[in-house]
Ligand binder design. Structure first.
Ligand SMILES: [Zn+2]
Length: 73
């Protein structure tokens, strides 16, 4: 099976590959242990973290590594 989805930035209209994982939780909608994940490119990390921080949703930001296909390079 071939994985064709390349993980992209979650900013609307942005097609850059994600470089950061933004883990967030909306306490009004989500179980406290649940984490939604957005990906952000370098350009939009600040925008997206700011968006989540302003709403009190942001829980964690980690570097994101796209899964590599082994044996194809
Ligand atoms: Zn982006």
């Amino acid at each position: 099976m071939v994985e064709e989805l390349s993980p992209q930035c979650s900013r609307k209209g942005c097609r850059a590959p994600g470089a950061w994982s933004l883990l967030w939780n909306n306490p009004k909608l989500h179980d406290p242990a649940y984490r939604k994940t957005w990906l952000a490119c370098d350009d939009h990390r600040e925008y997206l973290t700011g968006f989540l921080t302003a709403r009190g949703f942001l829980r964690e930001v980690t570097m994101f590594r796209a899964p590599q296909n082994d044996g194809s390079a």
